[in-house]
Design a protein around this ligand. Structure first.
Ligand code: 5AD
Ligand code: SF4
Length: 475
Protein backbone atom coordinates (compact mmCIF):
# COMPACT_ATOMS: atom_id res chain seq x y z
CA UNK A 1 0.00 0.00 0.00
CA UNK A 2 2.74 2.43 1.12
CA UNK A 3 4.93 1.36 -1.81
CA UNK A 4 2.25 1.92 -4.43
CA UNK A 5 1.46 5.36 -2.94
CA UNK A 6 5.15 6.23 -3.06
CA UNK A 7 5.36 5.07 -6.68
CA UNK A 8 2.36 7.19 -7.59
CA UNK A 9 3.82 10.30 -5.94
CA UNK A 10 7.14 9.65 -7.65
CA UNK A 11 5.40 9.44 -11.03
CA UNK A 12 3.51 12.66 -10.36
CA UNK A 13 6.67 14.48 -9.31
CA UNK A 14 8.65 13.25 -12.31
CA UNK A 15 5.74 14.35 -14.49
CA UNK A 16 5.74 17.79 -12.84
CA UNK A 17 9.46 18.21 -13.60
CA UNK A 18 8.85 17.06 -17.17
CA UNK A 19 5.96 19.53 -17.61
CA UNK A 20 8.06 22.28 -16.07
CA UNK A 21 10.88 21.61 -18.52
CA UNK A 22 8.69 21.16 -21.61
CA UNK A 23 5.99 23.69 -20.89
CA UNK A 24 8.17 26.77 -20.59
CA UNK A 25 11.71 27.96 -20.99
CA UNK A 26 14.06 26.83 -18.24
CA UNK A 27 16.62 29.47 -17.29
CA UNK A 28 20.14 29.43 -15.92
CA UNK A 29 22.22 32.12 -14.29
CA UNK A 30 26.00 31.90 -13.88
CA UNK A 31 27.88 34.07 -11.38
CA UNK A 32 31.54 34.15 -12.32
CA UNK A 33 34.34 35.22 -9.96
CA UNK A 34 38.06 35.55 -10.62
CA UNK A 35 40.26 35.33 -13.70
CA UNK A 36 39.72 34.99 -17.47
CA UNK A 37 40.11 31.23 -17.09
CA UNK A 38 36.93 31.24 -15.03
CA UNK A 39 35.19 33.43 -17.61
CA UNK A 40 36.18 30.83 -20.21
CA UNK A 41 35.05 27.94 -18.01
CA UNK A 42 31.71 29.67 -17.43
CA UNK A 43 31.27 29.57 -21.22
CA UNK A 44 31.63 25.79 -20.96
CA UNK A 45 29.08 25.71 -18.12
CA UNK A 46 26.71 27.74 -20.31
CA UNK A 47 27.34 25.28 -23.17
CA UNK A 48 26.46 22.30 -20.96
CA UNK A 49 23.28 23.99 -19.68
CA UNK A 50 22.15 25.11 -23.15
CA UNK A 51 22.69 21.56 -24.40
CA UNK A 52 20.32 20.42 -21.66
CA UNK A 53 17.65 22.87 -22.87
CA UNK A 54 18.21 25.75 -20.42
CA UNK A 55 18.63 29.29 -21.71
CA UNK A 56 20.34 32.35 -20.29
CA UNK A 57 18.04 33.96 -17.72
CA UNK A 58 16.75 37.37 -18.79
CA UNK A 59 17.24 40.24 -16.36
CA UNK A 60 14.53 40.11 -13.66
CA UNK A 61 13.66 36.54 -14.77
CA UNK A 62 13.51 33.57 -12.37
CA UNK A 63 16.37 31.14 -12.89
CA UNK A 64 15.87 27.38 -12.50
CA UNK A 65 19.59 26.76 -12.04
CA UNK A 66 22.12 29.12 -10.47
CA UNK A 67 25.82 28.29 -10.79
CA UNK A 68 28.53 30.00 -8.76
CA UNK A 69 31.83 29.57 -10.60
CA UNK A 70 34.18 30.51 -7.77
CA UNK A 71 37.71 31.80 -7.21
CA UNK A 72 39.97 31.43 -4.16
CA UNK A 73 43.07 33.37 -5.15
CA UNK A 74 42.46 35.99 -2.46
CA UNK A 75 40.28 36.14 0.63
CA UNK A 76 38.16 38.94 -0.93
CA UNK A 77 37.18 36.74 -3.91
CA UNK A 78 36.06 33.96 -1.58
CA UNK A 79 34.10 36.25 0.72
CA UNK A 80 32.24 37.84 -2.20
CA UNK A 81 31.12 34.45 -3.51
CA UNK A 82 30.16 33.15 -0.05
CA UNK A 83 28.08 36.28 0.61
CA UNK A 84 26.16 35.75 -2.63
CA UNK A 85 25.68 32.02 -2.00
CA UNK A 86 24.22 32.97 1.40
CA UNK A 87 21.72 35.33 -0.25
CA UNK A 88 20.31 32.51 -2.42
CA UNK A 89 18.92 30.76 0.68
CA UNK A 90 15.88 33.10 0.55
CA UNK A 91 15.54 32.50 -3.20
CA UNK A 92 15.54 28.76 -2.62
CA UNK A 93 12.80 29.17 0.01
CA UNK A 94 10.64 31.01 -2.53
CA UNK A 95 11.37 28.42 -5.22
CA UNK A 96 12.27 24.98 -3.76
CA UNK A 97 12.78 23.63 -7.31
CA UNK A 98 15.72 25.98 -7.84
CA UNK A 99 19.00 24.07 -8.32
CA UNK A 100 22.08 25.66 -6.77
CA UNK A 101 25.59 24.63 -7.83
CA UNK A 102 28.92 25.85 -6.42
CA UNK A 103 31.81 24.90 -8.70
CA UNK A 104 35.45 25.68 -9.48
CA UNK A 105 38.44 26.71 -7.38
CA UNK A 106 36.85 27.37 -3.98
CA UNK A 107 35.43 23.87 -3.35
CA UNK A 108 38.55 22.27 -4.83
CA UNK A 109 40.60 23.42 -1.80
CA UNK A 110 41.32 20.86 0.91
CA UNK A 111 38.26 20.34 3.11
CA UNK A 112 36.28 23.25 1.63
CA UNK A 113 33.72 21.17 -0.32
CA UNK A 114 32.73 19.38 2.90
CA UNK A 115 32.43 22.61 4.88
CA UNK A 116 30.43 24.23 2.08
CA UNK A 117 27.93 21.38 2.21
CA UNK A 118 27.68 21.82 5.98
CA UNK A 119 27.37 25.61 6.03
CA UNK A 120 25.06 25.83 3.03
CA UNK A 121 22.99 22.62 3.11
CA UNK A 122 20.55 24.05 0.56
CA UNK A 123 23.30 23.96 -2.12
CA UNK A 124 22.52 20.96 -4.36
CA UNK A 125 25.74 20.46 -6.31
CA UNK A 126 29.41 21.03 -5.47
CA UNK A 127 32.04 20.38 -8.17
CA UNK A 128 35.81 20.96 -8.28
CA UNK A 129 37.80 22.54 -11.13
CA UNK A 130 38.15 19.45 -13.32
CA UNK A 131 34.65 18.15 -12.60
CA UNK A 132 32.70 20.85 -14.41
CA UNK A 133 31.78 18.49 -17.27
CA UNK A 134 29.87 16.42 -14.69
CA UNK A 135 27.34 19.23 -14.20
CA UNK A 136 24.79 17.65 -16.55
CA UNK A 137 24.84 14.32 -14.67
CA UNK A 138 24.62 16.06 -11.32
CA UNK A 139 21.61 18.16 -12.38
CA UNK A 140 19.89 15.04 -13.69
CA UNK A 141 20.59 13.27 -10.40
CA UNK A 142 19.06 16.17 -8.44
CA UNK A 143 15.97 16.19 -10.66
CA UNK A 144 15.44 12.45 -10.44
CA UNK A 145 16.09 12.29 -6.71
CA UNK A 146 13.52 15.02 -6.22
CA UNK A 147 11.11 13.00 -8.32
CA UNK A 148 11.78 10.00 -6.13
CA UNK A 149 11.37 12.15 -2.96
CA UNK A 150 14.47 10.44 -1.78
CA UNK A 151 17.59 12.02 -0.32
CA UNK A 152 20.55 11.81 -2.66
CA UNK A 153 22.58 8.87 -1.50
CA UNK A 154 25.63 9.53 -3.68
CA UNK A 155 28.69 11.47 -2.54
CA UNK A 156 27.77 15.05 -1.72
CA UNK A 157 30.43 16.70 -3.81
CA UNK A 158 32.75 15.87 -6.70
CA UNK A 159 36.32 17.16 -6.72
CA UNK A 160 39.42 15.70 -8.36
CA UNK A 161 42.66 14.45 -6.85
CA UNK A 162 45.21 17.06 -7.95
CA UNK A 163 48.07 14.58 -7.53
CA UNK A 164 46.61 11.90 -9.82
CA UNK A 165 46.71 11.85 -13.65
CA UNK A 166 43.27 12.16 -15.25
CA UNK A 167 41.71 11.78 -18.65
CA UNK A 168 40.62 15.38 -18.28
CA UNK A 169 41.63 16.59 -21.75
CA UNK A 170 39.49 14.01 -23.48
CA UNK A 171 36.46 15.08 -21.43
CA UNK A 172 37.17 18.76 -21.89
CA UNK A 173 37.50 18.54 -25.69
CA UNK A 174 33.99 17.13 -25.79
CA UNK A 175 32.40 19.69 -23.46
CA UNK A 176 30.18 22.11 -25.39
CA UNK A 177 30.82 25.84 -25.10
CA UNK A 178 28.65 28.93 -25.52
CA UNK A 179 30.93 31.87 -26.29
CA UNK A 180 29.90 35.09 -24.59
CA UNK A 181 32.71 37.54 -25.39
CA UNK A 182 32.37 38.32 -29.14
CA UNK A 183 34.52 39.59 -30.90
CA UNK A 184 36.95 37.88 -28.54
CA UNK A 185 37.20 34.11 -28.25
CA UNK A 186 38.93 32.59 -25.20
CA UNK A 187 40.88 29.45 -26.08
CA UNK A 188 42.54 27.43 -23.36
CA UNK A 189 45.87 25.87 -24.34
CA UNK A 190 47.18 24.49 -21.03
CA UNK A 191 45.54 23.50 -17.76
CA UNK A 192 47.06 23.63 -14.28
CA UNK A 193 50.35 24.96 -12.97
CA UNK A 194 53.63 23.36 -11.84
CA UNK A 195 55.27 26.46 -10.41
CA UNK A 196 54.18 26.53 -6.77
CA UNK A 197 54.86 30.19 -6.08
CA UNK A 198 54.77 30.14 -2.27
CA UNK A 199 51.81 32.55 -1.98
CA UNK A 200 49.61 30.88 -4.60
CA UNK A 201 46.74 28.42 -4.19
CA UNK A 202 46.35 27.74 -7.94
CA UNK A 203 48.58 24.62 -8.23
CA UNK A 204 46.63 23.06 -5.35
CA UNK A 205 43.23 23.62 -6.97
CA UNK A 206 44.03 23.25 -10.66
CA UNK A 207 46.54 20.41 -10.53
CA UNK A 208 49.61 19.82 -12.69
CA UNK A 209 50.17 21.21 -16.19
CA UNK A 210 48.44 19.42 -19.06
CA UNK A 211 48.83 20.89 -22.58
CA UNK A 212 46.12 20.54 -25.18
CA UNK A 213 46.97 18.91 -28.45
CA UNK A 214 48.38 21.52 -30.88
CA UNK A 215 46.13 20.44 -33.76
CA UNK A 216 43.05 20.74 -31.54
CA UNK A 217 44.06 24.28 -30.56
CA UNK A 218 44.73 25.23 -34.20
CA UNK A 219 41.39 23.75 -35.31
CA UNK A 220 39.62 25.74 -32.61
CA UNK A 221 41.35 28.97 -33.68
CA UNK A 222 40.39 28.31 -37.34
CA UNK A 223 36.80 27.59 -36.36
CA UNK A 224 36.55 30.81 -34.34
CA UNK A 225 38.06 32.86 -37.20
CA UNK A 226 35.60 31.24 -39.66
CA UNK A 227 32.75 32.12 -37.31
CA UNK A 228 33.83 35.78 -37.37
CA UNK A 229 35.76 36.16 -34.12
CA UNK A 230 38.36 38.91 -34.50
CA UNK A 231 40.45 38.38 -31.41
CA UNK A 232 41.75 35.11 -29.99
CA UNK A 233 43.03 35.08 -26.42
CA UNK A 234 45.07 32.01 -25.55
CA UNK A 235 44.70 31.09 -21.89
CA UNK A 236 46.72 29.19 -19.34
CA UNK A 237 48.12 29.76 -15.84
CA UNK A 238 51.52 29.75 -17.53
CA UNK A 239 51.12 29.75 -21.32
CA UNK A 240 54.90 29.83 -21.86
CA UNK A 241 55.25 26.28 -20.57
CA UNK A 242 52.83 25.01 -23.24
CA UNK A 243 54.17 21.66 -24.51
CA UNK A 244 56.62 21.04 -21.65
CA UNK A 245 54.58 17.99 -20.68
CA UNK A 246 54.72 16.60 -24.24
CA UNK A 247 57.64 14.52 -25.66
CA UNK A 248 57.78 16.29 -29.04
CA UNK A 249 60.20 19.29 -28.79
CA UNK A 250 58.35 21.02 -31.66
CA UNK A 251 55.28 21.33 -29.47
CA UNK A 252 56.12 24.56 -27.66
CA UNK A 253 54.56 27.98 -27.20
CA UNK A 254 56.71 29.79 -29.78
CA UNK A 255 55.76 27.26 -32.47
CA UNK A 256 52.11 27.42 -31.48
CA UNK A 257 52.21 31.21 -32.02
CA UNK A 258 53.92 30.73 -35.40
CA UNK A 259 51.30 28.20 -36.51
CA UNK A 260 48.42 30.44 -35.40
CA UNK A 261 49.99 33.36 -37.25
CA UNK A 262 49.80 31.34 -40.50
CA UNK A 263 46.00 30.96 -40.24
CA UNK A 264 44.30 33.08 -42.87
CA UNK A 265 42.03 35.98 -42.03
CA UNK A 266 42.16 39.32 -40.25
CA UNK A 267 42.29 38.71 -36.51
CA UNK A 268 44.40 39.49 -33.47
CA UNK A 269 46.01 37.14 -30.98
CA UNK A 270 46.71 37.84 -27.31
CA UNK A 271 47.71 35.45 -24.55
CA UNK A 272 47.88 35.28 -20.79
CA UNK A 273 49.56 34.62 -18.43
CA UNK A 274 53.31 34.57 -19.09
CA UNK A 275 55.92 33.70 -16.49
CA UNK A 276 59.17 35.74 -16.64
CA UNK A 277 61.31 32.62 -16.05
CA UNK A 278 59.82 30.94 -19.15
CA UNK A 279 59.44 33.84 -21.58
CA UNK A 280 62.40 32.87 -23.75
CA UNK A 281 64.06 34.37 -26.87
CA UNK A 282 62.20 31.98 -29.19
CA UNK A 283 58.82 33.28 -27.94
CA UNK A 284 59.98 36.90 -28.32
CA UNK A 285 61.14 36.07 -31.86
CA UNK A 286 57.78 34.44 -32.71
CA UNK A 287 55.93 37.50 -31.38
CA UNK A 288 58.12 40.00 -33.21
CA UNK A 289 57.93 38.22 -36.56
CA UNK A 290 54.20 37.69 -36.62
CA UNK A 291 51.51 39.94 -38.05
CA UNK A 292 48.67 38.72 -35.84
CA UNK A 293 50.23 38.38 -32.39
CA UNK A 294 49.63 41.71 -30.65
CA UNK A 295 52.44 43.94 -29.42
CA UNK A 296 51.09 43.43 -25.95
CA UNK A 297 52.28 41.36 -23.03
CA UNK A 298 51.18 40.73 -19.48
CA UNK A 299 54.32 39.83 -17.53
CA UNK A 300 53.76 39.63 -13.76
CA UNK A 301 56.75 40.87 -11.75
CA UNK A 302 55.11 40.46 -8.29
CA UNK A 303 57.95 42.26 -6.43
CA UNK A 304 61.14 44.24 -7.07
CA UNK A 305 63.30 42.81 -4.28
CA UNK A 306 65.42 39.76 -5.14
CA UNK A 307 65.05 38.49 -1.57
CA UNK A 308 61.24 38.66 -1.79
CA UNK A 309 61.23 37.10 -5.27
CA UNK A 310 63.33 34.19 -3.93
CA UNK A 311 60.97 33.78 -0.96
CA UNK A 312 58.08 33.74 -3.40
CA UNK A 313 59.85 30.94 -5.37
CA UNK A 314 59.54 32.96 -8.57
CA UNK A 315 62.86 31.64 -9.96
CA UNK A 316 64.00 34.92 -11.58
CA UNK A 317 65.60 38.03 -10.14
CA UNK A 318 65.10 41.69 -10.98
CA UNK A 319 68.10 41.71 -13.34
CA UNK A 320 66.81 38.76 -15.40
CA UNK A 321 63.36 40.36 -15.51
CA UNK A 322 64.78 43.70 -16.73
CA UNK A 323 66.84 41.91 -19.39
CA UNK A 324 63.68 40.27 -20.71
CA UNK A 325 61.93 43.65 -20.84
CA UNK A 326 64.90 45.09 -22.75
CA UNK A 327 64.78 42.25 -25.29
CA UNK A 328 61.03 42.67 -25.73
CA UNK A 329 61.35 46.43 -26.32
CA UNK A 330 64.25 45.94 -28.73
CA UNK A 331 62.25 43.42 -30.76
CA UNK A 332 58.92 45.34 -30.51
CA UNK A 333 59.52 49.03 -29.74
CA UNK A 334 55.79 49.84 -29.35
CA UNK A 335 54.94 46.92 -27.10
CA UNK A 336 52.46 47.62 -24.28
CA UNK A 337 53.56 45.78 -21.13
CA UNK A 338 51.31 45.22 -18.13
CA UNK A 339 52.03 43.41 -14.88
CA UNK A 340 50.78 42.02 -11.56
CA UNK A 341 52.36 43.30 -8.35
CA UNK A 342 51.81 42.10 -4.83
CA UNK A 343 52.59 44.11 -1.70
CA UNK A 344 52.97 42.91 1.87
CA UNK A 345 54.33 39.45 1.14
CA UNK A 346 55.89 38.02 4.37
CA UNK A 347 59.48 39.31 4.89
CA UNK A 348 58.85 42.43 2.72
CA UNK A 349 60.56 45.37 4.48
CA UNK A 350 60.21 49.04 3.57
CA UNK A 351 63.55 48.72 1.74
CA UNK A 352 62.21 45.75 -0.26
CA UNK A 353 59.08 47.69 -1.11
CA UNK A 354 61.22 50.61 -2.34
CA UNK A 355 62.73 48.15 -4.84
CA UNK A 356 59.23 47.40 -6.15
CA UNK A 357 58.66 51.14 -6.66
CA UNK A 358 62.05 51.42 -8.40
CA UNK A 359 61.35 48.60 -10.87
CA UNK A 360 57.90 50.03 -11.63
CA UNK A 361 59.60 53.36 -12.50
CA UNK A 362 62.23 51.55 -14.60
CA UNK A 363 59.90 49.34 -16.63
CA UNK A 364 57.25 52.03 -17.10
CA UNK A 365 54.31 49.62 -17.34
CA UNK A 366 51.27 50.60 -19.44
CA UNK A 367 49.20 49.38 -16.52
CA UNK A 368 49.53 47.25 -13.40
CA UNK A 369 47.17 45.07 -11.39
CA UNK A 370 48.10 45.58 -7.76
CA UNK A 371 47.20 43.23 -4.92
CA UNK A 372 47.57 43.08 -1.18
CA UNK A 373 49.07 39.72 -0.26
CA UNK A 374 46.36 37.47 1.16
CA UNK A 375 47.46 34.34 3.07
CA UNK A 376 46.03 31.16 1.51
CA UNK A 377 45.63 28.13 3.74
CA UNK A 378 47.94 25.26 2.76
CA UNK A 379 50.52 27.45 0.96
CA UNK A 380 54.06 27.87 2.40
CA UNK A 381 53.79 31.68 2.72
CA UNK A 382 50.68 31.43 4.91
CA UNK A 383 52.88 29.80 7.60
CA UNK A 384 55.41 32.67 7.57
CA UNK A 385 55.24 35.70 9.86
CA UNK A 386 52.64 38.10 8.44
CA UNK A 387 52.90 41.84 7.87
CA UNK A 388 50.25 44.06 9.54
CA UNK A 389 47.34 44.91 7.24
CA UNK A 390 47.76 48.67 7.81
CA UNK A 391 51.35 48.47 6.48
CA UNK A 392 50.15 46.59 3.37
CA UNK A 393 47.41 49.15 2.78
CA UNK A 394 49.78 52.06 3.08
CA UNK A 395 52.23 50.43 0.65
CA UNK A 396 49.62 49.61 -1.96
CA UNK A 397 48.31 53.18 -1.96
CA UNK A 398 51.83 54.50 -2.67
CA UNK A 399 52.23 51.92 -5.44
CA UNK A 400 48.87 52.76 -7.04
CA UNK A 401 49.70 56.47 -6.95
CA UNK A 402 52.99 55.88 -8.76
CA UNK A 403 51.44 53.55 -11.37
CA UNK A 404 48.56 55.99 -12.01
CA UNK A 405 51.11 58.70 -12.81
CA UNK A 406 52.95 56.37 -15.23
CA UNK A 407 49.71 55.13 -16.82
CA UNK A 408 48.69 58.73 -17.54
CA UNK A 409 52.15 59.58 -18.94
CA UNK A 410 51.89 56.65 -21.36
CA UNK A 411 48.30 57.54 -22.32
CA UNK A 412 49.45 61.06 -23.17
CA UNK A 413 51.95 59.70 -25.71
CA UNK A 414 49.02 58.38 -27.80
CA UNK A 415 47.34 61.78 -28.20
CA UNK A 416 47.50 63.05 -31.80
CA UNK A 417 48.33 59.60 -33.22
CA UNK A 418 46.15 57.29 -35.34
CA UNK A 419 45.79 53.69 -34.13
CA UNK A 420 43.95 50.65 -35.35
CA UNK A 421 41.23 49.76 -32.84
CA UNK A 422 39.05 46.66 -32.75
CA UNK A 423 35.59 47.77 -31.63
CA UNK A 424 34.61 45.42 -28.79
CA UNK A 425 31.51 46.82 -27.12
CA UNK A 426 29.17 49.72 -26.47
CA UNK A 427 30.94 52.14 -24.09
CA UNK A 428 29.21 51.53 -20.76
CA UNK A 429 29.43 55.14 -19.50
CA UNK A 430 29.07 57.23 -22.65
CA UNK A 431 25.94 57.40 -24.82
CA UNK A 432 26.48 57.03 -28.58
CA UNK A 433 30.02 55.74 -28.01
CA UNK A 434 31.76 52.40 -28.42
CA UNK A 435 35.03 51.09 -27.07
CA UNK A 436 37.86 48.81 -28.12
CA UNK A 437 41.60 48.36 -27.84
CA UNK A 438 44.71 49.31 -29.71
CA UNK A 439 47.05 46.47 -30.59
CA UNK A 440 49.13 47.45 -27.53
CA UNK A 441 46.07 46.92 -25.32
CA UNK A 442 45.04 50.56 -24.60
CA UNK A 443 41.29 51.14 -24.19
CA UNK A 444 39.86 53.67 -26.66
CA UNK A 445 36.36 55.19 -26.59
CA UNK A 446 34.95 56.71 -29.78
CA UNK A 447 31.63 57.51 -31.50
CA UNK A 448 29.82 54.50 -32.88
CA UNK A 449 26.95 52.05 -32.65
CA UNK A 450 26.48 48.36 -31.91
CA UNK A 451 26.94 47.69 -35.67
CA UNK A 452 30.61 48.59 -35.22
CA UNK A 453 31.30 45.73 -32.77
CA UNK A 454 33.75 43.27 -34.35
CA UNK A 455 35.10 45.79 -36.90
CA UNK A 456 38.52 47.42 -37.09
CA UNK A 457 38.78 51.24 -37.30
CA UNK A 458 41.60 53.71 -37.56
CA UNK A 459 41.00 56.07 -34.67
CA UNK A 460 42.67 59.43 -34.17
CA UNK A 461 43.29 59.98 -30.46
CA UNK A 462 42.27 63.42 -29.23
CA UNK A 463 42.29 63.04 -25.46
CA UNK A 464 43.65 60.85 -22.67
CA UNK A 465 42.18 60.19 -19.24
CA UNK A 466 44.29 57.94 -16.97
CA UNK A 467 44.21 54.49 -18.65
CA UNK A 468 41.61 55.43 -21.29
CA UNK A 469 41.89 57.24 -24.58
CA UNK A 470 39.22 59.10 -26.56
CA UNK A 471 39.16 59.70 -30.29
CA UNK A 472 37.34 59.79 -33.64
CA UNK A 473 37.16 57.36 -36.55
CA UNK A 474 39.35 58.44 -39.45
CA UNK A 475 38.54 57.96 -43.09
N1 5AD B 1 47.45 37.17 -2.42
C1 5AD B 1 47.38 38.25 -3.22
N2 5AD B 1 47.52 38.19 -4.55
C2 5AD B 1 47.76 36.98 -5.10
N3 5AD B 1 47.96 36.62 -6.38
C3 5AD B 1 48.13 35.28 -6.42
N4 5AD B 1 48.05 34.78 -5.17
C4 5AD B 1 47.82 35.81 -4.34
C5 5AD B 1 47.66 35.94 -2.94
N5 5AD B 1 47.74 34.88 -2.14
C6 5AD B 1 48.02 37.57 -7.47
C7 5AD B 1 49.36 37.47 -8.22
C8 5AD B 1 48.95 36.82 -9.53
C9 5AD B 1 47.55 37.36 -9.70
C10 5AD B 1 46.70 36.61 -10.66
O1 5AD B 1 47.00 37.29 -8.40
O2 5AD B 1 49.84 38.78 -8.44
O3 5AD B 1 49.79 37.18 -10.60
FE1 SF4 C 1 50.16 30.84 -9.12
FE2 SF4 C 1 52.78 31.12 -9.68
FE3 SF4 C 1 51.30 29.27 -10.99
FE4 SF4 C 1 50.90 31.86 -11.50
S1 SF4 C 1 52.80 30.73 -11.90
S2 SF4 C 1 49.30 30.31 -11.13
S3 SF4 C 1 51.26 32.80 -9.49
S4 SF4 C 1 51.80 29.31 -8.80
Amino acid sequence: MYNSLLKKITRLRAHAIYVQSKGRNMFYKINTYGCQMNVHESEKIAGILENMGYSDCPENGNPDVIVFNTCCIRDTAERRALGNIGVTKAEKKRNPNLILAVVGCMPQQDGVAESLKERYPYVDIVLGTRNIAELKDEIEKVLSSRARIKKRSDKKYRCFDTEQPQNYLEIDEKTPQTRTSYPNAWINIIYGCNNFCTYCIVPYVRGREVSRDMDSVLDEVKKCVDEGYKEITLLGQNVNSYGNDVDDPNVNFANLLREIDKIEGKFRVRFMTSHPKDLNDDIIDAMAHSSKICNNLHLPIQAGSDKVLANMNRRYDSEKYLQTIEKLRKAMPNIGITTDIMVGFPTETEEDFQKTLEIVEKVHYSNAFTFIYSPRKGTPAAKMEQIPYSVKQERISRLIKLQNKITKEISDTYVGGVFEVLCEDIAPKYEGMVCGRTESGRLVTFEGTSDDIGKFFNVKISQSKSASLFGHKEG
